[in-house]
Design a protein around this ligand. Structure first.
Ligand code: HEC
Ligand code: HEC
Ligand code: HEC
Ligand code: HEC
Ligand code: HEC
Ligand code: HEC
Ligand code: HEC
Length: 366
């Protein structure tokens, strides 16, 4: 599935971007440029092995040679591929301009490794349920904001740098970050829900933890359904973007882009939802939040066992709501019948639906 997503993101680009040249110095495209390259796996998934140069050339990784990522391919033609691309390997062709060293995502990987999701590229058993880099990241187009390339700024840079391509590429690189091109709150909720609302997956881990005598957060089994029931969850579902999404609470706000990779369970003192840090986390948005406010449950449940008070309050308020509606409609009906008996007609005029004198002279307003 991951691979299909990866390739699918490339495919969609075919229709949105004109061809952009990149160097195929390892000769992979000799074969991989051909359409129809692919196969059906033993599990019945369709895999597409075609790489479209124009499409690949528009992605964030366009400057990375194929063999820097697929570094397990040492000779051509290559053998059957059994390994995957590790996101913590070093690019041998791209230097980090700040440090002069080979570029690598290792710092992110090291954080991730210590987080609750930390895993290797190839895992078996329970760890295989955890997300790897490519679970969350496909190969995104270079910059969705690039359509709005401001010519006047580029013109200014060209005064000194002469080469327009250089300037445009650097502009795209930085503007993506300055404009904070990132997932929307509802996309984040969907991302985490993919796994955390998967009953079978959750069950597997609860069982295993029990067997191993390992602790899991008490909200672990109901994380998503309870969030959906919370105020934050409800308004986020309707498209409101200011309410807290999973990462607003589970990732530290400071150094956010690094810390989204450092999610920890609430029992870890480093977690922003650890009882020690909760007030501060709520205060990021609820500026007057205090100890009391932070006690409010962001993962509320209305089940009888989970929260008997909410369960009965729900039932009682449900009844109260129904009764109030029945009474209101009943009163309106009685009023209508009474007025009809008085001979008052039902006509819409001048903003009022009642407009005729009572035949029995029972008008209350003269
Ligand atoms: C001589 C033709 C040829 C060249 C050159 C070539 N490949 Fe392939 N590649 C293939 C074929 C054929 C398959 C399908 C193999 C299969 O179905 O097991 C494939 C499959 C792959 C796969 C997918 C394997 C899997 O099962 O997931 C990857 C990844 C890959 N190639 C990467 C590369 C890279 C990177 C290069 C350049 C360094 C390259 N290939 C160069 C022919 C080629
Ligand atoms: C930034 C790293 C990166 C670069 C650069 C890159 N790939 Fe990949 N490629 C991946 C990842 C990640 C996958 C998903 C499979 C995996 O996780 O191992 C993948 C999958 C593939 C597949 C197999 C698709 C499948 O269904 O298994 C082929 C074929 C492939 N790449 C060819 C290429 C070719 C040809 C190039 C150079 C034009 C290239 N890749 C450049 C990271 C990269
Ligand atoms: C559980 C999902 C998840 C996993 C797993 C994950 N990331 Fe991320 N990553 C995110 C989110 C969320 C962001 C913040 C940007 C956004 O919202 O799109 C992000 C941001 C990034 C950025 C910054 C992108 C930019 O344009 O500034 C990089 C680079 C990155 N991740 C690399 C990695 C690497 C490498 C791994 C594997 C070690 C990894 N990520 C694993 C969710 C994930
Ligand atoms: C007045 C001339 C001038 C203008 C205008 C200018 N630059 Fe530069 N730029 C330079 C000089 C000189 C250097 C190299 C010396 C240095 O690092 O200060 C440089 C360095 C850079 C570098 C670092 C390159 C590297 O590989 O280290 C980038 C990126 C860059 N400029 C982008 C831009 C962008 C984008 C703009 C427009 C928004 C711009 N510049 C406008 C003169 C200019
Ligand atoms: C690919 C599936 C997957 C995705 C996507 C995913 N998780 Fe997880 N998550 C897991 C698994 C598996 C565990 C490990 C449970 C265990 O330790 O057995 C876990 C554990 C956790 C825990 C700690 C549970 C505990 O009590 O130890 C938290 C908190 C968490 N995830 C939050 C998130 C958030 C927030 C997101 C979205 C950014 C997210 N997860 C995305 C699969 C996923
Ligand atoms: C308003 C803040 C907030 C939001 C939003 C939020 N959480 Fe939580 N989450 C918490 C707190 C606080 C706990 C600890 C609850 C407890 O044990 O009392 C927790 C517990 C959890 C746990 C159990 C493991 C642990 O660390 O105790 C998981 C898994 C989890 N959340 C996932 C999610 C997911 C997935 C989302 C989004 C769909 C989400 N959370 C949204 C605050 C939040
Ligand atoms: C990313 C920002 C953000 C964070 C972090 C956040 N909230 Fe909220 N929360 C909101 C917004 C926005 C609303 C809707 C406010 C409104 O309309 O009054 C809201 C509403 C609520 C409500 C509904 C009732 C009310 O007061 O309006 C509760 C309860 C709540 N939050 C509790 C919490 C708790 C407890 C935490 C910390 C664990 C927390 N929130 C963290 C943004 C946030």
């Amino acid at each position: 599935m991951k691979h299909i997503l990866f390739i699918a993101s490339l495919l969609t680009l075919l229709f949105s971007n004109p061809a952009q040249a990149f160097e195929d110095d390892s000769g992979c495209l000799l074969c991989h440029k051909y359409p129809k390259m692919g196969r059906i796996t033993e599990k019945g998934t369709k895999r597409i092995y075609q790489v479209m140069p124009g499409v690949f050339g528009s992605t964030v990784h366009r400057n990375v040679p194929c063999t820097d990522c697929h570094n397990y391919i040492k000779q051509l033609p290559h053998r059957e591929v059994t390994e995957g691309v590790r996101c913590d390997s070093e690019c041998h062709s791209i230097k980090n301009p700040a440090t002069g060293k080979n570029f690598t995502h290792k710092p992110i990987y090291n954080k991730f490794k210590e987080s609750v999701h930390g895993r290797e590229k190839i895992e078996t058993g329970l760890d295989a349920d955890k997300p790897y880099c490519v679970t969350c990241h496909t190969n995104p187009i270079y910059n969705p904001a690039e359509d709005k390339l401001p010519e006047n700024i580029v013109d200014r840079c060209v005064v000194c740098h002469e080469d327009r391509d250089f300037v445009v590429n650097w502009y795209k690189h930085t503007s993506r970050r300055i404009r904070e091109v990132k997932r929307s709150p509802s996309e984040i909720v969907e991302l985490c829900s993919n796994c955390h609302s998967d009953k079978a997956l959750v069950e597997r881990h609860v069982e295993a933890a029990k067997k191993e005598g390992r602790e899991l957060g008490r909200k672990y089994p109901i994380a998503v359904e309870s969030y959906d029931e919370s105020f934050h969850g409800k308004v986020t579902r309707y498209g409101f973007t200011k309410a807290a999404n999973c990462l607003d609470c589970h990732a530290k706000k400071k150094n956010y882009y690094m810390n989204v990779h450092d999610i920890r369970p609430s029992r870890d003192p480093e977690s922003p939802v650890n009882p020690k840090n909760k007030v501060e986390t709520c205060r990021n948005c609820h500026i007057y939040a205090d100890e009391g406010y932070a006690q409010l449950d962001p993962h509320p449940t209305s089940s009888k066992e989970g929260n008997a008070f909410r369960y009965y309050a729900n039932i009682i308020y449900g009844w109260v709501g129904d009764i109030v509606i029945v009474l209101l409609v009943g009163m309106a009906l009685l009023e209508t019948i009474g007025r009809r008996r008085d001979g008052v007609g039902w006509i819409l005029r001048k903003g009022s639906s009642w407009w005729r004198k009572s035949k029995r002279n029972r008008d209350r307003i003269q």
